[in-house]
Design a protein. Structure first.
Ligand SMILES: Nc1ncnc2c1ncn2[C@@H]1O[C@H](COP(=O)(O)OP(=O)(O)O)[C@@H](O)[C@H]1O
Ligand SMILES: Nc1ncnc2c1ncn2[C@@H]1O[C@H](COP(=O)(O)OP(=O)(O)O)[C@@H](O)[C@H]1O
Ligand SMILES: [Mg+2]
Ligand SMILES: [Mg+2]
Ligand SMILES: [Mg+2]
Ligand SMILES: [Mg+2]
Lengths: 209, 330, 330, 209
């Protein structure tokens, strides 16, 4: 997975976020403040512009620029959290321009997860993006361990992310804006978990090209 | 959805352009979305910066000026500002005595201000924070993001701002801001939802005979739904929630705040009930505000905020203030 | 209909009770529905009395205080006060220098104030009247009741009040009030109708893509219906109507006024457009107000009022004022 | 027509106004400010209380007290106008307690009409209460001239008032709040003309008892 691959991933996320903007905002309207879709769309639109303005030359640089731009443009809870996730991944991949292995990607995602958990203080089951990011990261690490090929491994990660997002539906939120609703947060999918699943779908889609 | 806007994307900057035209005492950086008092930075004075999502006007930009904030950073509608805004504002108001960030307790606001504060600290600006979390509708437990910051923000900005104006050091300004927050409680009620321009339709549905209790200021649904009721009963529910958390006693400052779509005449009806409630509990309503101060776009409803005053807080509340949203004494 | 009221019948007196609690500088006679400044009558000062239907808050009660009105007589919702109220208020503010009635040009207001003025004159109080009729949406012809009084009322009350505060004689106060009215024009637009509590449902229907142009402040329909449009276009329609009637030139005071249900952020968006329009015509926007001043219950929309200033009017506008709705300089 | 008759008339108006309150308010919503029904209801409720508190002893006193109370309690345009109408009628009937003749009533109504026209400045065709009051007053005078009996004469007055109110529908208003609407006032019945017709219906009903 080279710099083109990671650039393509981010571009695919941007496309999917634009398409899914209203859906994400509707999810956020139910248990939040109806801006998750527009937040991410604003952010990834800016990321596209940043990538186009100064195309990064390494996988790590792509992700770092993505994270930095999200922090600068999104605001809200998801801006710093996703920004940190991508920046941590970028840092984990380092400055090299060598192809990233599945194991390398899994390790970078693990860094991202740690960053999000530290910054937001959420653990799995709190009904946040962590509920998708955690399982997906573990699934990818296992798949890499088992020596699966990229498509299979990213299938597994995407499935785990989607399953994790779906699994937020019956949960009561303990972090973020949805936690204000108490029991009324039950029965709705967490928008951040949904957008995380979207990012893993994009990753799988790009790998299949 | 009908709104007096040019487009959903430009509403925040268009409104900032309007503020710039309307208030010569402010300097508005429309591109970076920062509202400064024209005199900032004031040498030797602690700078006060607040910010948060837009849609709560006059909060925060309307509270920039003598005796209150030095700068405000409005984010997109209901979206906390980004660190860049806060960093720029902090630098712009630093008069060498340090800068206070007044932050409402929402995950997004907290994270973005924290990131900014770290960077400012690295650049040698002394930054402290007062976190506002006055909303008793939210249980403050391990199982939530903690209480939301709502109406007490106005009190903290006014009172900390007054103290900063006297040249008090940062630690003192933090102390008084923290104290105001600790002595304040709020509760909100919605009669109808607001509409986020970019979403294009109301955030939740309420039947013609239903109200939301424990509403926040971001269009989020409340804790419970209840049948519509006379103002007296609704005020009692709100005040019971406040009183249960912080028994009313001594001198109190009370704000009955409109959510943006509720006319003033109704706020006065509510205020009469709140005042009767306060008297009934044996406390003394010595200061008050009735009007739109911390709104939620065009939501109909109100919130009530009570602050248990001390002599110091009363004195600082009474000190001159000159902002678009709050003005007296000059 | 959901409203923060106890009952449709008691809303005006309940709100007056709230005003009494909130504003120690006022004396509120809830039974007779009169709001006095506490110091009234001021010996040797011309007394200023205004009034009209309720539902336009802060008008008029919110403009009672130093530098503005001495008393206000709120009628029932959208119904002019009765002569008894006006007579009582006039007597209560007569400091021996005569009393000015500031009356918005509606048949009901005119008739009730006239009846009161006659009776006061019989009792030896010198009473004069300034009739406010600034709304260019209404043709001032033999075939109408004449132009309505809307936003300019705030300007007349402020400026005549400032002159009265200097001890000027009644004739002078009348002169300046008349001049302010003659130099002021307004135009209103509604995005959605308001609901009179006693009627229980909105006064007219507007589709989701329609607005009313030339709206009044009593929930009456406007002159024409138009498709919803960006703020820039709506502001231009309103300002074109003003400019066609009184070409913009020199220094102008502009108020962008909310109708009660429109949030401040949208009013600032409109104000930016209005300011650009004024500049474009070569006039200079030297003073402004943006907010809810002359409302129409919970109607969504705005009105714009322009006053062509003179040096005298500017000076009087800047003079200190201390009322619940308008305050500066003290 | 004695003091009981006039008292009964006013009571009948009060009843009819209470019943017709929402209808009158709806008419006023279309071309005015949606308060005509509640204005008159508030006024006549106060009139009933005033009549009960100190029952007047002459026909003239009934009408004068009615007018004075309307002025004191109604506000709006209709308060002074109807108040003046009843006060003028009361003054025309004088202090005597003799039965009022049809001709006497017609003369009193003529006074009322003159008072309303003078105070409000409206003429027939302006789409106001004058459009009902004028024709009804003329019809009663003619009927009295012709020597009709009371029921017949009041039939004629009521019919003329109703016809006058109906005839306001196609008119464009030139007085009062409805005039602000210009052409948009066409097609709606004037609320004040409708309430005037109601008062003549009440008069006829009381005469038939
Ligand atoms: N403390 C947290 N830790 C991890 N994720 C969080 C936390 N708080 C919120 N989130 C995620 O952020 C999402 C909301 O993002 P967004 O709507 O863009 O921000 P905001 O809540 O400020 O409006 C939630 O659905 C949740 O997944
Ligand atoms: N100048 C006038 N002369 C005669 N009648 C009038 C005049 N202006 C208004 N009216 C009558 O008053 C009625 C409205 O009364 P009401 O709704 O109670 O008062 P307002 O218009 O002040 O709300 C109109 O329908 C009309 O019949
Ligand atoms: Mg959100
Ligand atoms: Mg948000
Ligand atoms: Mg009326
Ligand atoms: Mg009316």
């Amino acid at each position: 997975m080279d710099v083109q691959f990671f650039t393509a991933w981010i571009e695919e996320i941007a496309r999917a976020v634009a398409d899914g903007r209203d859906h994400l905002t509707r999810l956020d309207a139910a248990i939040g403040d109806a801006d998750h879709g527009s937040n991410l769309d604003r952010g990834f639109t800016a990321v596209l512009a940043a990538l186009a303005a100064t195309p990064p030359e390494t996988p790590g640089a792509v992700l770092t620029l993505t994270g930095t731009t999200l922090i600068r443009k999104v605001g809200g809870a998801s801006g710093p959290l996703y920004g940190t996730a991508f920046r941590r991944m970028g840092a984990a991949l380092g400055q090299g321009d060598a192809d990233v292995t599945l194991a390398g990607l899994a390790a970078a995602l693990d860094e991202a997860l740690a960053g999000v958990r530290k910054l937001g203080g959420a653990t799995e089951g709190d009904k946040t993006m962590v509920d998708a990011l955690g399982p997906a990261t573990r699934a990818l690490a296992e798949a890499a361990d088992k020596g699966m090929d990229a498509e299979e491994a990213l299938d597994a990660a995407r499935d785990a992310a989607e399953e994790g997002a779906r699994a937020t539906i019956p949960l009561q939120a303990r972090k973020g804006r949805a936690s204000y609703l108490g029991e009324r947060s039950v029965g709705h999918e967490d928008p951040g978990a949904a957008s995380t699943a979207l990012m893993f779908r994009a990753l799988r889609a790009v790998a299949g090209r | 959805m009908k709104k007096l806007i040019n487009s959903a994307d430009s509403v925040v900057t268009d409104a900032l352009a309007g503020m710039a035209e309307a208030h010569p005492s402010l300097r508005v950086d429309v591109d970076n979305k920062i509202i400064y008092r024209r005199s900032a930075p004031v040498a030797g004075k602690v700078g006060l910066v607040s910010g948060g999502g837009s849609g709560h006007e006059p909060l925060h930009g309307g509270f920039v000026g003598h005796g209150m904030l030095d700068a405000a950073c409005p984010g997109e509608i209901f979206t906390s500002p980004v660190p860049d805004q806060v960093i720029e504002a902090t630098k712009g108001v630093d008069g060498g005595a340090g800068v206070l960030h007044i932050v409402k307790n929402y995950t997004g606001d907290v994270l973005n201000f924290e990131m900014a504060a770290e960077l400012c600290a690295e650049e040698g600006i002394e930054v402290a924070v007062v976190l506002v979390n006055d909303d008793v509708a939210v249980k403050d437990s391990l199982y939530t993001a903690g209480r939301r910051g709502t109406g007490a923000t106005v009190f903290v900005e006014k009172i900390a701002g007054a103290l900063a104006e006297t040249g008090a050091p940062l630690a003192e300004v933090v102390r008084v801001g923290t104290e105001v927050n600790a002595r304040s409680r709020s509760f909100g009620v919605a009669l109808s939802p607001g509409t986020v321009p970019a979403a294009g339709k109301p955030n939740f549905d309420l039947a013609d005979d239903e109200i939301e209790l424990g509403i926040g200021i971001h269009g989020e649904p409340g804790r419970t739904r209840a049948p519509a009721a006379p103002a007296r009963e609704i005020a009692r529910i709100a005040m019971d929630a406040v009183h249960a958390d912080m028994p009313l006693t001594g001198d109190v400052l009370v704000m009955v705040n409109g959510m943006g779509g509720t006319p003033l005449i109704e706020l006065y009806v509510v205020f009469a009930e709140v005042a009767a409630y306060v008297r009934d509990k044996g406390a003394t309503l010595t200061r008050s505000l009735v009007g739109n101060y911390v709104t939620s776009l065009d939501m109909q409803g109100f919130s009530v905020t009570v602050c248990a005053l001390t002599d110091e807080l009363t004195r600082l509340w009474d000190a001159p203030v000159e902002t678009p949203g709050l003005r007296w004494g000059r």
